[in-house]
Unconditional design. Sequence first.
Length: 353
Amino acid sequence: MTSHTQPQHLVSDDKLFINLMLIGIVVIAAIWTLEEYFNVILPYDRYGYFITILVAVFCLILAHFLKRCDTAKILLFFYMSLYLISLTILSFISSAKSGDIYSFASTLQWIPILYLVAFLFLPVKQAVFSTLTIYALLVGLLILPYMGFVQIESSALKALSMNITLSHAVYIFCMFGVIKLKQNQKESQLKAIQMEQAANNDGLLGIGNRRLLQAELNSRVAKHTPFSLLLIDIDCFKSINDIHGHLVGDDTLREITQCMNNNLRPQDVLGRWGGEEFLVIANGAKFDSALTLAERMRTAVESHTFSTVGQVTVSIGVAQFRPNTPLSQTFSEADNALYQAKNTGRNQVVAAA
């Protein structure tokens, strides 16, 4: 099994979405309670808060338990847009008639949430289209008085309308800038991951290289994790290159890698130590298990028919790491065992003395 070490993000977009929904449910419930207490709640808000909490809970279940987070994001954004735009229109008409701007102002303060949700959880193109559409509807509503369709006597409401038109444009521009920064950060993280993988992987065989294996070994030694080393060398590999050429030699290396990979346990790590030499870090306290693994891998390579060269064999030296013993000593023991296997007939597994 090939091991790849990849950095993990502290908080994923899905987890952020779920946490925001939990916070949103609490906040809406608190606002509902406060407006009821001060007797300033409007009839459609009383029903609206209840429905919004139900929708948020449904989306939470959809995202967290059913693992349909993308569907939950779209559903929540669609509902929030429909609810807040409808509420904005109703509160605007009510404020224009009564002159009381509280209901209109309290609704408008929530519209930027739509921009935030769109840019955080929708693809960039959809987010831009959605926010510009919402803004266009909002501007269209706010300029109605200046076109003579709605009569507004309150100068405060007129000033608020102009303020909202300008400030929401700034909100959208700022959100777009934040998302561009977020995209750049993700691209940088992706490049860093790719560079790390390139530095840790063998380009020809697609398995870990010496650098990755050394890091894995250092980690296991530091954590006192029991393991054994299988040092593997392809028998007479130089003659394959000399007779068939390096391209065939590379193909043979790939086939051997695949053959060994297919016989590893899930907890084992295979990498290229250098040239035609491989290293397996066999996790576990039992040395007999490592020997069994080595023999299974040797047999698998021996019984495999290679496309051009026919039969190929490997020799394997096995040594067990012991606590309070230098790692270099374990390598030396595995190397000596491999040397013995090569010099006593090849195609065999030798355990370190």
